[in-house]
Design a binder for this molecule. Sequence first.
Ligand code: MN
Length: 200
Amino acid sequence: MTQTMPIDGKFQLMELPYAANALAPVISEETIGFHHGKHLQAYVNNLNGLLPGSPYEGLSLEEIVVKSDGGVFNNAGQILNHNLYFSQFAAPKADNKPVGKLAEAIQTQFSSFETFKEEFEKKGATLFGSGWVWLSADKDGKLHITQETNASNPLTKGLTPLLTFDVWEHAYYLDYQNRRPAHLASLWQIVNWEEVEKRF
Ligand code: MN
C-alpha cells in the first residue's frame, strides 16, 4: 500500500478531501471538527513526541504500525486508521454502491451487497469496547471482514485494508449518542467506493 512518510521527522495531520460539513447529516460538522481536528491531531502530536531517539525514526507510518508496540503502536495505528477512514468518504448519495472489481468480489463472496452490509454492520455493532471493523483483502484478493480492537489495523495480519468504520464512541456520540448500529447503517450513504476500489 501507499507509504506515508514523515516530513522533517514529523507526521502531518491529513487534509480532509471534502468540506467539514460535506458529510452531514450522516456525520455532522461538529463531529468532524472534534474527530479530525482534536482526536486525530492529538494522535499525530503524540506520535511525533515519541519518535525522536526511538528505533522508528525515519520509517513510514505503515512500517511503524507493523513493527511497533505500546504507545508508539497505539498512536501510529490510530493515525493510519483515521487517514484511511476520513479519506474514504464523500457527500451523501442515495443508492450508493461498490464499483468495479471490488463490486464483483463482494457479489461473488457475499452473494449480495445487502448480505455484505449486514455482516459488516453486525461485526461493528458487536465489537465490545473501542475499535474498528474492517474490510480488507489478502494476497489472493479474497475479502475479509475483521474486528480490530483499539488501534489495530489488518496490516498487522498481512492484509490490505480497504474500508473501515470507526466504532470508538468519539466517532458517533455527538450525533447518535449510544445508537451505534444506527450510525453504522447510515455510513453506507457516504462511502466513496471509487476510493475504496483503488485500495483493492
Ligand atoms: Mn476515531
